[in-house]
Design a binder for this molecule. Structure first.
Ligand code: RB5
Length: 148
């Protein structure tokens, strides 16, 4: 089992609540980094709570939820070391781990229903990086990060 850091904005709050329960049910350790209530907040403030937890290895993987998932993904991918995948399907979630070594899953509560979101989450957590030819490509992502 893993330690999963999770956060949302107000537009992702209900799905976050649902996914926290699901993660606990699956036996994961959950770091719920907020918000604690569904008042209006700014997604970059919460995206960075999760990216910092992943980079500091306080969590193995992260989950970020906003209305579309876009703001969370855009913000998270600005942080060095983070490979955030905005996923609408289980296939994308699985491949984002296997090929891209994604370390943060982004979801959109206004786009993806709770039942599908749980399946996407399971696919993300159940898959592992395949390495091999994909490792060289992920290393090139790191070089892009280092040079710009
Ligand atoms: C909030 O209204 C909304 O803009 C936010 O949750 C997210 O969808 C942005 O990408």
């Amino acid at each position: 089992m893993s330690t999963i850091a999770i956060a949302s904005d107000h537009a992702g709050f209900a799905l976050k609540t649902e996914l926290v329960l699901e993660l606990e049910k699956q036996g994961h350790t959950v770091a719920d980094l907020g918000p604690g209530e569904p008042n209006s907040v700014d997604y970059p403030d919460y995206a960075t709570k999760v990216t910092d937890a992943v980079n500091a290895r306080r969590a193995d993987l992260g989950v970020l939820i906003c209305g579309t998932g876009m703001g969370m993904a855009i913000t998270a991918n600005k942080v060095h070391g983070i490979r955030a995948a905005l996923c609408r399907t289980e296939y994308e979630a699985r491949l984002s781990r296997q090929h891209n070594d994604a370390n943060v899953l982004c979801l959109g509560q206004r786009v993806t229903g709770g039942g599908l979101a749980i399946e996407i989450l399971k696919a993300f957590l159940g898959a592992s990086f395949e390495g091999g030819r994909h490792a060289a490509r992920v290393e090139k992502i790191r070089l892009v990060e280092a040079k710009r």
